[in-house]
Design a protein around this ligand. Structure first.
Ligand SMILES: C[S@@+](CC[C@H](N)C(=O)[O-])C[C@H]1O[C@@H](n2cnc3c(N)ncnc32)[C@H](O)[C@@H]1O
Length: 329
């Protein structure tokens, strides 16, 4: 009989059951038993498990425990048999668990590969949409010719806003074609964009030192400015919209409005007053001056939804001190 010691008790190999009445007979041939048993396990090397479990595989007689008492011996044999079966079951379930884990991991890897593929496809679709917008419009310029009005800190904030604006456009179903006009190479704003915006050199947009005035016919240009009298009615794909590349909210009042008037350009503001009212719960701060990326989010949303409510929801944060009029909702 092969007796296996583990967890403080000894166990019997099932194959040895027949020999139980003959306790001690295997004592002389432990190795032969072990080899025979291993072969029968059809590749499942349970002995390894026992070694892992730090079970002593020595084959000893249990006559010292049940000397001359066959019922004690058979009870012990049954108990040990159950214990043995438990170990075999545990081993089987561990293997099953590992198989399932491997399967799940393979499926996960496959899924990730598929996701990567669709990411690539999405990128290709986004590129296609952008290039189509380049041909058909709408077009939007960020006028970077006024950065001398700003501090280095404001220039860095503007570079971050350009990154967000570009990010929104890339994700849009109906993007604009973008221009950074008045953007001179190695100027502080150009350097800030290169430094702060990963992959800036590969952005799908035109970066040019030229002015929008040199690129488009005057009648096509609409300068967007918070100080315009006229509210923007819609997004016309035949027009070129210009945003002032400025990060100032109060200091440079009417800067872009005056510039656009000097250049005899059409101007327009977002229709905030047409859809929203001052939130009377906010006492001190009410502003309709947004950042360039917020204005651009409004344009993109309007272009896609044809709804100014949706567009303004996307652009005007509660911090601006404005809420929607009930009738507009
Ligand atoms: C931070 S604002 C600069 C405000 C600055 N005082 C000016 O004179 O334009 C940045 C740009 O976003 C656009 N913008 C901001 N709020 C706007 C609004 N309510 N309607 C239209 N354009 C707006 C304008 O093009 C503006 O130049």
């Amino acid at each position: 009989m092969s007796v296996i010691e583990g967890h403080g008790e000894r166990m019997t190999c099932p194959e040895d059951k027949a020999e139980e009445s003959n306790c001690g007979s295997c004592h002389d041939q432990p190795r032969a038993h072990r080899v025979a048993f291993q072969e029968k396990q059809d590749g499942e090397n349970l002995w390894d498990t026992f070694e892992l479990l730090q079970i002593d595989l020595g084959c000893e007689s249990s006559t010292d425990q049940c000397t001359g008492n066959p019922s004690c011996c058979s009870k012990n044999v049954l108990r040990k048999q159950r214990h043995w079966e438990k170990i075999v079951l545990a081993k089987k379930s561990k293997r099953k668990h590992e198989r399932e884990r491997r399967k799940a991991r393979r499926a996960e890897e496959k899924g990730a590969a598929a996701l990567q593929l669709s990411k690539r496809e999405l990128k290709a679709i986004a590129k296609e949409r952008l290039l189509e917008a380049k041909e058909t419009g709408p077009w939007l310029c960020v006028d970077l010719s006024m950065t001398h009005h700003m501090s280095q800190k404001e220039i860095s904030r503007l570079a971050a806003q350009i990154r967000r604006l570009y990010g929104s456009n890339k994700k849009a179903q109906e993007p604009f074609w973008l221009y950074l006009t008045g953007c001179v190479k190695s100027s502080p704003i150009h350097e800030a964009c290169v430094r702060m915006n990963d992959g800036f050199a590969n952005y799908l947009m035109d970066v040019t030192p030229e002015s929008y005035l040199d690129l488009f016919p005057l009648e096509k240009i609409v300068y967007l400015t918070p100080d315009a009298e006229n509210a923007l009615e819609g997004v016309d794909p035949q027009k070129v919209y210009v945003l002032g590349g400025l990060v100032d909210e109060s200091i440079q009042k009417k800067l872009t409005f005056q510039r656009a008037q000097e250049e005899q350009l059409q101007t327009a503001r977002l229709p905030i007053h047409e859809y929203m009212v001052k939130n009377i719960n906010v006492k001190n701060y009410h502003s309709t001056t947004l950042t360039i990326n917020q204005v651009f989010d409004a344009l993109l949303t309007f272009h896609e939804t044809k709804s100014w409510v949706e567009a303004l929801k996307a652009a005007v944060s509660p911090g601006k001190g404005y809420i929607f009029q009930d009738i507009t909702l």
